[in-house]
Structures are given as structure tokens and as C-alpha cells.
Design a protein around this ligand. Structure first.
Ligand code: 4NP
Length: 178
């Protein structure tokens, strides 16, 4: 198992016409990655940077295409004033060329993303979200799907911490131009 995946931050100047794009990826795109999408959108909006970012999420599997996020994910996020509105979709190989940064929730998602990159052109833009977590533990955001609300709360906190740090790193390294 890989635990030493370091954050890959592709750096460029970003403008409102060419925003920095981030895709969060988990298995089903109904629990972890839509939460990360909602939290990151909330954070960039709070920072007044919403027109400089395009935030999205996707799943490596197709089981839940078109569905709203899991009701427990929506409940926990809602308690933090984060509304999850996305609909599940499956990650496509074109996402690897189109996004600036692709962040996997766990090691299996990470390998499944790289499996779509047959010519190994985009691995520098793929990383684990928890490589930004100040308390990364084993680097995986645990899958809460089969558990209770407490697991979803734990996942929310991991994601909130990791996304806050991610935004700080991005704000430090990226040049914003109007
Ligand atoms: P997610 O959680 O990958 O965080 O969206 C899961 C959602 C659905 C399933 C597994 C994990 N499933 O097996 O259907």
C-alpha cells in the first residue's frame, strides 16, 4: 500500500476565465467526494474566490449515477451549513486531462484513477486528499457508507481539515489575476 503520496500541486496563474479546477474522487460519488466538493465550494466562496475555482466530484464506480449524495452525508454537511447538491457521476478518462488537480479519498480510488491514465500523462496531478491533512493517519478518508452517522461526522471533519489546508496551500502557491 502506498502511504507516501505527496501533494501534487500543479501551479499556474489563474484567472476568472481560466479557473483552477479540482475534482474529488471516491468510489460511489455519494458520500465522501460530494462532501469534499461541497466543503471546498463553501471554503472558496467564504474566501471570495469562487470565480477562480471550478470544483467537482466523481466516482470510480457507476452504481449510483444520477443520485443525490447519501442522506447522512447531506445531514452532517447541513449541520455545518454546507448544502450538498451534486448528482453522482462516474469519472471519465477525459477528466484527467481537463482538471488541474484530482484528489482521491483512498488508495483504491487513487489506483483506479491512475488506471484511466493509460499513457501515464497525468499522474502528477493526482494525489490523496489526506496528503493535505495535518493529521493524515493512514492517508485514507474512510468509507462511511455501511456505518452510522458518527462515521459520517468523522469523515466530514477529516474532509473539512484537509480542504482548509488545501485552500491555504493553493492560496500560497497560485497567482490570481483579474
Ligand atoms: P463513497 O461511498 O465512495 O464515499 O460514495 C460509497 C458509496 C456506495 C458504495 C460504496 C461506497 N456502494 O458499494 O454502493
Amino acid at each position: 500500500m502506498t502511504t507516501d503520496i505527496k501533494p501534487a500541486i500543479p501551479i499556474r496563474t489563474i484567472t476568472e476565465k481560466h479557473p483552477y479546477s479540482i475534482c474529488f474522487v471516491c468510489l460511489g460519488n455519494i458520500c465522501r467526494s460530494p462532501t469534499a466538493e461541497g466543503v471546498m465550494q463553501h471554503l472558496v466562496t467564504k474566501a471570495g474566490l469562487q470565480s477562480y475555482f471550478h470544483i467537482d466530484s466523481a466516482g470510480t464506480a457507476s452504481y449510483h449515477i444520477g443520485e443525490l449524495p447519501d442522506s447522512k452525508s447531506r445531514e452532517v454537511a447541513g449541520q455545518h451549513n454546507v448544502i450538498l447538491r451534486s448528482r453522482a457521476r462516474q469519472l471519465r478518462s477525459d477528466d484527467l486531462s481537463e482538471f488541474d488537480l484530482i484528489l482521491a479519498m483512498d488508495h483504491e480510488n487513487y489506483s483506479d484513477i491512475l488506471a484511466l491514465d493509460r499513457k501515464n500523462l497525468f499522474s502528477d496531478k493526482v494525489a490523496l486528499l489526506r496528503s493535505f491533512d495535518p493529521y493524515p493517519n493512514h492517508m485514507a478518508v474512510p468509507d462511511p457508507y455501511y456505518g452510522g452517522l458518527d462515521g459520517f461526522e468523522k469523515v466530514y471533519e477529516i474532509i473539512r481539515r484537509s480542504c482548509s489546508e488545501l485552500l491555504e496551500v493553493l492560496e500560497t502557491h497560485i497567482e490570481f489575476e483579474s
